[in-house]
Design a protein around this ligand. Structure first.
Ligand code: NI
Length: 387
């Protein structure tokens, strides 16, 4: 188990990889260049079991420890960028206009590559490491597809770990918590059917705009009046499409929005209550609704034992003061949740300093964070698979 100084040697090289990836961002499953870059580096480290083309452009690479048989643990990095026009003004700014590594997945990939290089050279562990490089975290549920592709069984992975950088947390700090760390993500659509007509004769209509407005307000009370104040629920109506004209009351309006929850009970509650509340209000005004609801991402739920292991690995790297093991959960979602449904594991945040926020056009991964991410992965492997 090491402090961060051990990984300074790899930092310069990992910085070059990170900046190359940043300059050449690709989206969703279409990561041909990224994937072949990663596979090429892995092969150059002397890793000889590399499976490419999983879920189109995903990769699993296997490193065997030098100290005999043991379990296999999975370490996951995401590789995809976002459809954003970059405004970072860095020398390594995106060369693919309209595509940008605005979530630091370039850094995540470089950190796991750095760990791969170190682990392949030292192999100071007993058992096997499966390095998982996944496509389509931002859109397309790449983690789910890799799980459906059978990687957990095929590689006999018994525990799985993930990491994400976090702007606003100092470089060299880590944050984690036991249990729910990121929210489940659902979307809903409500079509309100009234009866349209001339805007000068509202009494001849059932105005779905007014009904829709009542629904938007009423849904706020699911959070403020129906949910325990110590629990987290987000219900945001983000779409409201009505007439295009000034003098027409439309037949229908279409509402849509997002729901974020940290518990399965509240998730079920929100789905039922949004529908019941919208329907009750519409019926009260003589209108009807059509309701649809989609569960998009599961809760990212850290398992107790793996949270303890992850915390210990970070603590040895940076010391007790720079690990917060009770950070508040985030209401965003993360498709690593699918891997945590398949196997016990833990997801941790690593500080990205004072950079712009995630998904911001001015964001850039901070290369000073690289040795911390690399060190975390190595400590995690050497402690979980202690020789
Ligand atoms: Ni991300």
């Amino acid at each position: 188990m090491h402090s961060v100084e051990v990984f300074r040697d790899i930092q310069a090289e990992a910085t070059e990889w990170r900046r190359y990836l940043h300059q050449n961002p690709e989206l969703e499953y279409r990561l041909q260049n990224t994937s072949s870059f990663v596979a090429g580096k892995l092969a150059s480290f002397g890793i000889n079991r590399i499976e490419t083309g999983i879920a189109e452009t995903g990769i699993v690479a296997v490193i065997q420890g030098a100290s005999g048989d043991g379990p296999t643990i999975g370490l996951r990095a995401d590789m995809d960028a976002l459809p954003i026009l970059e405004a970072s003004n860095k020398p390594w700014t995106s060369e693919n206009e309209g595509k940008m590594h605005a979530c630091g997945h370039d850094g995540h990939t470089a950190m796991l590559l750095g760990a791969a290089k170190y682990l392949a050279a030292t192999r100071n562990f007993k058992g096997t490491v499966a390095l998982i490089f996944q496509p389509a975290e931002e859109a397309g549920r790449g983690a789910q597809r890799m799980v459906q592709d059978g990687i957990m069984d095929r590689y006999d992975i018994s525990q799985v770990f993930g990491m994400h950088n976090m702007p606003g947390m100092s470089i060299g700090t880590f944050g984690i918590r036991d249990g729910s760390i990121m929210a489940a993500l659902d979307e809903f659509d409500i079509i309100v059917r009234g009866r349209g007509g001339h805007a000068a004769a509202p009494h001849m209509t059932i105005d779905p705009v007014v009904v829709g407005a009542q629904i938007v307000l009423a849904l706020q009370t699911l959070v403020s009046r129906n949910t325990n104040p110590t629990e987290a629920l987000v219900v945001s109506v983000t779409r409201f499409n009505a007439s295009q004209a000034y003098n027409v009351i439309p037949d229908t309006v279409e509402l849509g929005g997002t729901v974020r929850t940290l518990s399965p009970v509240l998730r079920d509650f929100a789905e039922q209550q949004i529908k019941a509340c919208a329907r009750g209000i519409a019926n009260g005004f003589g209108a009807e609704i059509e309701f649809s609801h989609r569960r998009l991402e599961p809760l990212t739920f850290n398992h107790t034992e793996q949270t303890r292991i992850a915390s210990a690995a970070a603590r040895i790297l940076v010391g007790n003061d720079d690990l917060n093991d009770t950070i508040p959960p985030l209401m965003g979602s993360e498709d690593f949740a699918y891997m945590l449904q398949a196997r016990p594991g833990a997801f941790i945040f690593a500080g990205n300093g004072s950079s712009a926020g995630l998904h911001n056009a001015a964001y850039d991964f901070d290369d000073e964070a690289l040795p911390y991410g690399i060190g975390y992965w190595v400590n995690l492997v050497e402690s979980t698979l202690a020789a």
